[in-house]
Design a protein around this ligand. Structure first.
Ligand SMILES: NC(=O)c1ccc[n+]([C@@H]2O[C@H](COP(=O)([O-])OP(=O)(O)OC[C@H]3O[C@@H](n4cnc5c(N)ncnc54)[C@H](OP(=O)(O)O)[C@@H]3O)[C@@H](O)[C@H]2O)c1
Length: 359
């Protein structure tokens, strides 16, 4: 069977089938209409990127295909990580879109992250990601978690590795120095943190040579983290909000009976009805309008399109923004239990809830 792919600019064509030919058409968004944030060093990052954590639901090939579709659709920012186990496949997808002339390397923003078990081998880990992604440089490299605590893939929520430790600032700064060396050698344009708290960030800002350009952290309407968000902004550190829709597909081990569902919140649903969009799109519009960069995950063409379109179309009203600011439930979904050390009391110890670093 022949397969013909047509890309139409902003039309509503649907897939056609017949006579042994599939014509697959896809709606696209003009990438120049997607807003960006300017970081303290002048770098410009698109405010929406495609997440690539397939959780237990999607394999590497499916996600790589989604990356290709996303770029053809108008996405210019892809959030990768070595631990997602799909950088090789994404690298092949990137090679194809470059070869097809769909984008040039410099038109894309590609993020990767050093995993917890490589805090002492940051340069080697970065080079591996570059080799897998088939790139000469990364736009952004993040320290994925501030703990060097490894856990086996798909492990149980109660699993604790005997060599897991709490945050040790001296060690984190040794990792950060390797991150800084990546900027100096040109392998990475920007470096940032992920999953750090105010106490940790205060120490990092005090001791770093190159300040993090941004922090990637969990943010969605039911988990807005207003103090941490404001602290970052006040210090010139931009914010990427992960799990922006409330991560409905997160691993089972990350689900608890107390978790709430952003997309079912009556305020979110009412705004979605007014705008005739999916509640997921309201979460993304809120994220971008509030001021964070958002990285929703999907491998479904229609959802990817609705998400991209949503953030390029009309804003929420001031009243709606105010209403959403009041539905914060402090509901952290990615609690990080598997990173706990033996003496830790509970997942709260990872997040310095009393304002102090937990040892
Ligand atoms: N730095 C970190 O530690 C960290 C931690 C977690 C995540 N992340 C990054 O953040 C990304 C996003 O977070 P996430 O994957 O946890 O969750 P998310 O983006 O909040 O949610 C993704 C889920 O929402 C659904 N969805 C997406 N768009 C939709 C739409 N328009 N309508 C209805 N449903 C929609 C998807 O459905 P389908 O499955 O049907 O496509 C998918 O299951 C990750 O992929 C990863 O890149 C980083």
């Amino acid at each position: 069977m022949k397969y013909i792919e047509l890309i139409e600019i902003n039309t509503n064509l649907v897939p056609l089938q017949g006579l042994g030919v599939i014509i697959n058409t896809m709606q696209t968004i003009d990438a120049s209409k997607v807003p960006y944030k300017t970081l303290y060093n002048g770098a410009k990052i698109p405010v929406i990127g495609l997440g690539t954590f397939g959780s237990d639901n999607y394999n590497a090939e499916t996600i790589a295909q989604a990356v290709k579709t996303a770029i053809k659709m108008g996405y210019r920012h892809i959030d990768c990580a070595s631990v997602y186990g799909n950088e090789k496949e994404i690298g092949a997808a990137l090679k194809e879109v470059f070869a097809d002339g769909i984008v040039k390397r410099e038109e894309l923003w590609i993020t990767s992250k050093v995993w917890n078990d490589k805090h002492k081998e940051v340069v080697a880990s970065c080079k591996q990601s570059l080799a897998d992604l088939q790139l000469d440089y990364l736009d952004l490299y993040l320290v994925h978690w501030p703990f060097p605590n490894y856990h086996a893939p798909k492990c149980d929520v109660t699993a604790r590795q005997p060599n897991s430790v709490p945050y040790i600032h001296e060690n984190y700064m040794k990792t950060w120095a390797q991150m800084e060396s990546l900027v100096e050698s040109g392998l990475v344009k920007n470096i940032g943190t992920s999953n750090v708290t105010i106490p940790k960030m205060k120490l990092i800002l005090r001791d770093c040579k190159i300040k993090p350009v941004l922090n990637e952290m969990e943010i969605h309407p039911h988990f807005q983290q207003p103090e941490l968000y404001q602290f970052m902004k006040d210090n010139g550190v931009e914010v990427i909000g992960y799990s922006p829709i409330g991560s409905p597909g997160r691993p089972e081990r990350d689900k608890t009976p107390e978790d709430t569902v952003d997309m079912e919140d009556p305020i979110i649903v009412a705004i979605a009805e007014r705008l005739n969009v999916h509640p997921a799109v309201v979460c993304l519009k809120w994220a971008v309008q509030r001021g964070q960069i958002t990285i929703p995950f999907s491998v479904k063409t229609d959802k990817m399109f609705n998400n991209l379109k949503g953030i390029t179309e009309g804003p929420l009203t001031e009243e709606e923004m105010e209403q959403i600011s009041k539905i914060d439930k402090g509901c952290r979904l990615i609690k990080g239990q598997v990173f706990l050390w033996e003496m830790a009391k509970g997942w709260e110890d990872l997040w310095d809830l009393d304002g102090e670093i937990t040892k």
